[in-house]
Ligand binder design. Sequence first.
Ligand SMILES: *[C@@H]1O[C@H](CO)[C@@H](O)[C@H](O)[C@H]1NC(C)=O
Ligand SMILES: *[C@@H]1O[C@H](CO)[C@@H](O)[C@H](O)[C@H]1NC(C)=O
Length: 473
Amino acid sequence: RKCIFIKTSNRMFIFSYLHLNIYGNPAAATKEHQMTFPSSTTEIPHTLMPRVTEVFFVESKIPTIPKGAFVANPQLEKVEFLNTPTVSVEAGAFEGLDSLKDLEIVGTLLTSIAAGVFAEVPHLESLVLKSNQLGGLQRGLFDGLIKLTQLQLHMNSIQSIEDGTFDELKSLKSLHLAKNNLTSISPSLFSQLDALQTLRLYENQLTSVPEEVFLPLPNLLEIGLQRNQITQLAPRLFPHKDKLRKLYLDNNLLTDLPPEYFTGFSLLKTLTLHANQLTGLPALLFGGTPKLTEVRLHQNNLSSLPSGVFSPLTNLKELDLSKNHFETLSSEYFDGIAKLKKLYLSNNKLRTLNANVFEKVTSVTILKLSGNMLENLPEDIFEPLKALIRVDLNDNPWRCDCNFIYLYQWMKDNSKVLTHTPPVVCTFPNDLSGREVISLTEDQLVCPTLAPTTTPLHTTTMTVRQTVCGTCT
Ligand SMILES: *[C@@H]1O[C@H](CO)[C@@H](O)[C@H](O)[C@H]1NC(C)=O
Ligand SMILES: *[C@@H]1O[C@H](CO)[C@@H](O)[C@H](O)[C@H]1NC(C)=O
């Protein structure tokens, strides 16, 4: 049991393996049918016991996987090399492995694999080549792998992939090319992968994606394009709208989006657009996306929005507009999203908000307004928010003067809802700077005396405050 957590975490695997090695087993059998060869192993054993169907080479000193390495062991169903210092795989290395379903070569020093190496394992279903140092993929490398459903190539240094490389992978459902060095992809690269459901291209250096590239892929459920340098999305990039469930576009350089871009994706549940440079959104962007319950637009350059832009998202529960450039907000931004529960507006440049700004989002339970430039808020601004559970108001330059009494009182009355770590403190006036708002007493909230008044200064504090307020509003 201990040695088969490879997929979840290499580190966990190695830890378990070390544990076994404490007992000095050169080759530890974890289960009857499994065998692990540790770092003391210097070559692939010629014959294994017939019951062994899975072998693991973990940090074994195997620089080359030679031709015919497994010919005497045709029973093998799974072969894995993990963190071995392997630099080459010879042609014919896997010949005779007629039952092999699962091959993993992970964390080695391989910079290339010649076409033909996998031609002898036609029953392969899963091929994991992640965390190597592959620089490119040649046409023919995966030819003959008609049963392959999973191909993992992430965390290499792949800069180029020859056209046709994936053309024989008719059964492929998952292709993982993330964390490589791709700067572009050819329009026909995936043209034969009709069965493909998951395509991960994130963390490459793509600046654009050809418009036709997803056209031959009607079964895609997930497309990961995040963490590239994409500046523009082609208008018809995602032609198959009926199956897609997850679309990741965050951490690119998008400045705008084509109109009606996210309409008709009937099953789309996850859409990420954060950490781009969007300066605005088209008036009509969403529609016919009933499963979309979260919209993540944080860390963009938005300073205003079209009225009702989210209104087709009738099931929207979470809207993240934090880390944008908003100086104020209109209640019309929130038209039609009455089921919204979480509204994140922190780290903008908000200076003023209208009293009615939240009147349409009466179901909001979590509201974040921290990290803005707010000095005060109008009376009754929180009145429509009857379901509030948590409000963040910290990191604003609150002006705790005579005009602050409404907000002060609200904070006192709603202390359970207000986040206190970090505390909400005053910035102005100077003598209250740094003081926690709820620690003050109401009579400390005074306005400076600007002009001589008719009221003598020696009357009660209460009178002074009221009188002075009359002059400074
Ligand atoms: C590949 O990408 C990684 C991460 O972005 C970068 O550190 C590395 O220098 C790149 N290598 C080449 C050959 O461009
Ligand atoms: C977005 O804002 C950042 C600063 O927050 C700025 O460096 C960048 O140029 C802006 N991009 C656009 C397209 O306005």
